[in-house]
Write a protein that binds this ligand. Structure first.
Ligand code: SAM
Length: 266
C-alpha cells in the first residue's frame, strides 16, 4: 500500500479503480479508497470474494478469447489498475501476437499501467470515458493497435454496472456496431436476482462513486444485442466455464453478486 500519490493526483475522494484495488489487496490505493472498501465489505457479505471471482473469470475468459476463439486484438474497457495476471499476460500465454489496449477513466491506471508495460509496443493504456464510444474508438492509441476490420475481443469486465440504464443501450450498440464479424463481447456485471445484498451494493456504489447499477440476468443478456450468446450463457461468474466443477445450488453470498457472459458477432 502507498500513501504517496503521484504529483497532481487528488486522492481525497475514492475512485472506482482504487477502491477495487483496495478490495483485491493491491498497492495502488489511498486512505479514502480503503475506507470505502472497508465500509462496503462490512455491509456486503462476500464482497472481497466476489472481486476475486471476477478476476478469475476474467482470466478464464481471456484464455478462451486468445485460445479457442483465436483472437489477437483485445480492447479492455474499464480495465482497472494492474494486478496479477493482466489481460496482455494471459492473452499472450495463448497467443504471442496478442495486441491489447486497456481503457480506463482513472488517470492512475495509465500511470501504473505504462510503468508495467514499459516499452511494450503491442499494448498500451488509454485514459478515456467508456460512456463516450467515439472518443474510445477513434483514440489514436486504439486505432494504432486495433484493426476494426478484423475480429476484436471487446471486454467490459466488472464495468457494465457503471453504465446507467439511460445510456447503456446506445453505448453498447455503438461498440457492437464498430466490430467485425467473428468479434467477441465478454461482459461481467453486478447482477440483480432479487437478493438484498446485490441492490445494497449498487446503492453504496452509486452513493460513493456516482454510478452503480445492478441488472437482472435478462438485462445483462440484452447487452449482447444480436450477437450469438456462447455456452453456458449468462450465469454466475463462478459457473462460467469453471476450471473445476462448481455446484450451482451451493454458491456462496459473494459468488451470487456477479454474472458473466460471452457472445460472438455473426
Ligand atoms: N476490468 C477490471 C477487472 O474486472 O478486474 C477492473 C474492474 S473495476 C471494478 C471497474 C473499472 O472501470 C475501474 O477501473 C473504473 O475506473 C473503470 N470505469 C468505471 N467507469 C468508467 C468509464 N465511464 N470509463 C472508463 N472506465 C471506467
Amino acid at each position: 500500500m502507498t500513501d504517496q500519490p503521484p504529483p497532481g493526483l487528488d486522492v481525497g475522494e475514492p475512485t472506482i479503480a482504487r477502491a477495487y484495488d483496495a478490495l483485491l489487496g493491491g498497492a495502488n490505493n489511498f486512505p479514502a479508497d480503503r475506507e470505502l472498501a472497508r465500509y462496503a465489505t462490512e455491509h456486503i457479505p462476500g464482497l472481497r470474494e466476489s472481486a476475486v471471482e471476477n478476476r478469475k473469470v476474467l482470466i478464464r475468459g481471456v484464455r478462451h478469447l486468445a485460445g479457442e476463439a483465436g483472437l489477437a486484438q483485445f480492447l479492455d474497457l474499464g480495465s482497472g489498475l494492474p494486478t496479477a495476471q493482466n489481460t496482455h499476460e494471459v492473452a499472450r500465454a495463448r497467443n504471442k501476437e496478442a495486441r491489447v489496449v486497456y481503457v480506463d477513466i482513472d488517470p492512475l491506471v495509465r500511470v501504473q499501467g505504462r510503468q508495467i508495460l514499459g516499452g511494450d509496443e503491442a499494448a498500451t493504456v488509454v485514459t478515456a470515458d467508456v460512456r463516450d464510444p467515439e472518443s474510445v474508438l477513434r483514440h489514436p492509441d486504439v486505432t494504432r493497435l486495433i484493426d476494426f476490420d478484423r475480429p476484436v475481443a471487446l471486454m467490459l469486465v466488472g464495468m457494465l454496472h457503471y453504465l446507467s440504464p439511460e445510456i447503456a443501450g446506445s453505448v453498447l450498440a455503438a461498440y457492437r456496431d464498430a466490430l467485425a464479424p467473428g468479434s467477441h463481447l465478454f461482459i461481467t456485471s453486478l447482477v440483480d436476482t432479487g437478493l438484498p445484498a446485490q441492490r445494497e451494493l449498487a446503492r453504496i456504489t452509486r452513493e460513493s462513486l456516482e454510478e452503480g447499477w445492478a441488472r437482472t440476468p435478462d438485462e445483462i443478456e440484452r447487452c449482447f444485442g444480436d450477437f450469438e450468446l456462447l455456452p453456458p450463457g449468462v450465469v454466475h461468474t463462478a459457473l462460467w466455464r469453471p476450471d473445476e466443477p462448481v455446484a450451482a445450488d451451493e454458491l456462496t453470498p459473494g459468488e451470487q453478486l456477479g454474472m458473466a457472459g460471452m457472445a460472438r458477432k455473426r
